[in-house]
Ligand binder design. Sequence first.
Ligand SMILES: CCCCCCCCCCCCCC(=O)SCCNC(=O)CCNC(=O)[C@H](O)C(C)(C)COP(=O)(O)OP(=O)(O)OC[C@H]1O[C@@H](n2cnc3c(N)ncnc32)[C@H](O)[C@@H]1OP(=O)(O)O
Ligand SMILES: Cc1cc2nc3c(=O)[nH]c(=O)nc-3n(C[C@H](O)[C@H](O)[C@H](O)COP(=O)(O)OP(=O)(O)OC[C@H]3O[C@@H](n4cnc5c(N)ncnc54)[C@H](O)[C@@H]3O)c2cc1C
Length: 652
Amino acid sequence: MDAVNKVINEDLQKERDKCKFNVAELTAFLDGGDKFTQKRREKENRVFSIQGLRDAVPDEYMSHKERYENAVRKAVIMHQTLGTLEDKTLTEYETARLALRATTSSAIFKENSPLMLHYSMFANVIEGQGDEKQREYWLKKINNMEIIGTYAQTELGHGTFIRGLETTAEYDPKTEEFVLNSPKLTAYKWWPGGLAHTANHCVVMAHTYSQGKSCGIQPFMVQIRDLETNMPMKGVKLGEIGAKLGFNTVNNGFLGFENHRIPRDRMLMKNSQILKDGTFISSPNSKLTYGTMVYIRVSILGTMANTLGRAVTIATRYAAVRRQSQPKPNEPEPQILDYVTQQHKLFIGIASSHAYYISCFWLWTLYHRVTKELAVGNMDNLAELHALACCLKATTSADAAVLVERCRLACGGHGYMLSSNLPQIYANVTAANTYEGENTVMLLQTARALVKAGMQVAQGQKVSPSMAYLADQSKMAKWDSSVDGIVKGFQKVAAGKVAACLASLQRHTNNGQSAEDAWNLTSVQLVAASEAHARVILLSVFKSEMDVQTLTLSGETRTVLFQLVQLYTIYWALEKVGDLLLPTTTTTYSVSICDTAMRCDGWMDETSLFEKSTIQTSARTGIAGLVLSGLVYDSAVYPELVHQSLTSWPLQ
Ligand SMILES: CCCCCCCCCCCCCC(=O)SCCNC(=O)CCNC(=O)[C@H](O)C(C)(C)COP(=O)(O)OP(=O)(O)OC[C@H]1O[C@@H](n2cnc3c(N)ncnc32)[C@H](O)[C@@H]1OP(=O)(O)O
Ligand SMILES: Cc1cc2nc3c(=O)[nH]c(=O)nc-3n(C[C@H](O)[C@H](O)[C@H](O)COP(=O)(O)OP(=O)(O)OC[C@H]3O[C@@H](n4cnc5c(N)ncnc54)[C@H](O)[C@@H]3O)c2cc1C
């Protein structure tokens, strides 16, 4: 194996040599600047040089228990290592941006870390829901790993419907304690990562009662295990939920309570409070309790960018080194990358990964702005943030799962091998369709906001900036096959779908249906309208952010990035050709230029055997990448046809 490792595959090297742009420049652009590239590499080099982080045996040959124990062992080393590299001089945004790119964890854990929830939701829920004293007390313990925690919301009976949670927390003013109970089996917490054996604390979302009255769903910090023995505390029942498609080392567990008492100050009281005598002071907005979910939904865009980037890198490298068939007699078998069908499968993955990165940073900026506004009591933009986070989480995770599976199929039989790592990547990516808000449910949340905006437009009222295009449709000029033109086409499609939903809701209520039944009867269209809106946002943000952010880049790098924008836009125009009412056309791909993602060593945190043995990489540094061909649309008739279709759009 070692001898093989020293030789870089000839075809791969040739592709890298053909690169027309400055790889370092593009890498720094994606990282957010040279400073971050340096920091990322420092982290990667440190982590990847640790012998103890390598698996003696591939995960898939271990038992369930061995896998978990191996993951715990690595999680401890990772924590010790990363702790020493922490940079306190970075702003919160910079730290988040670095975390998004320096995903060493995905290279170390094929099925994720058992501490995943500790670092993500547990820490964030204390930050977002704890009062000042609670934040000061708990965050120190969390950061020092004095306690290990998770986020326990979902129950066996209810995941989506939070208001239906059955775990109860009843305030007892005599002892100034809350009494936690799981009155039924369906009230058991079910799913929280790390709960099975790893966590000794968790934030429990529970239906809260005081003075005999419901105080809604509130968060509580609960110690569930003894810190010395790791055994469950009195009145706490714990266990593991069992083997899953993926996430097997995340250690998802169940949790039930039987008269488990906790002090009053364990309720996280930033937003709502229960005073010593039991008086309930309600949050200014009950949805503030859901803030951690919004934060993770925003992060998921970045996770999708990384996960898809890894899959498409593996598949593109494979396409460069794999030769198959003999279309021209007496000539060698071509690289499968030369087949246009193969390029069609892979390039959209490269473009989408970039689109998700850009959209994630854009959404992060909005998230930080809204968080600052909330801190001073301004809720004006919370609904818009929620609507955007829901539809973008749903659309990017759904697309990423499809595209990762396409990458797996693009590797033929080898993609079916676990050693390709593509099946495990798929198992990770498809989970995001369900966790942090099931995708259909998320799209329906955005649809609520779209319907509201549609009604406001009809009444001549102002709507939120991301939905302002709904009001502009009548003024909208002709559109064409330029990127901006296609974005306008998509705006028209989304506006048309929203209008159709409003008409359907109206029709059903006029026919005597209740508002709820009218909503259910219209829900297939509502989901479609919400997805169309997400497409508008993804396409327009990708284009406009690239316009602004690439100004200082060299012409070659800008060109290749704009080819990705163009590819992404045109791909979706063709995918949604029915929506755009485009009659069948003979538009063809004429593939000639381009490439990108796999040139940047940001993608190089893949540790699979497959990559190392079959396709040689220069392991995490200075990957020159492959020269693929870019995509140029070659159809003179295209703009005309699109335009004609749009002018016959029945709902405009
Ligand atoms: C460091 C980071 C790394 C990241 C790695 C990632 C992987 C990490 C691993 C992750 C592992 C996985 C970990 C996990 O999986 S943790 C568990 C995650 N669980 C969920 O996400 C549950 C999904 N369900 C919900 O969120 C709610 O119950 C929904 C939203 C469905 C309905 O709710 P409800 O029935 O109560 O509400 P309503 O429909 O009557 O609507 C009422 C109004 O409220 C507004 N509204 C609703 N929600 C919000 C909100 N959030 N902010 C602002 N507003 C909000 C809404 O628009 C509406 O407004 P209006 O129309 O009336 O004006
Ligand atoms: C890998 C993984 C990790 C997880 N980690 C955690 C964790 O750490 N902590 C935690 O608390 N939870 C966690 N979860 C749970 C997760 O958040 C829930 O599974 C998710 O919110 C969906 O809820 P559910 O499973 O009850 O699905 P359901 O809501 O029962 O969904 C089933 C189907 O019903 C449909 N449906 C439900 N309600 C509606 C509606 N109102 N309108 C239309 N259709 C509807 C859905 O679209 C879906 O098709 C995790 C889940 C997974 C898969």
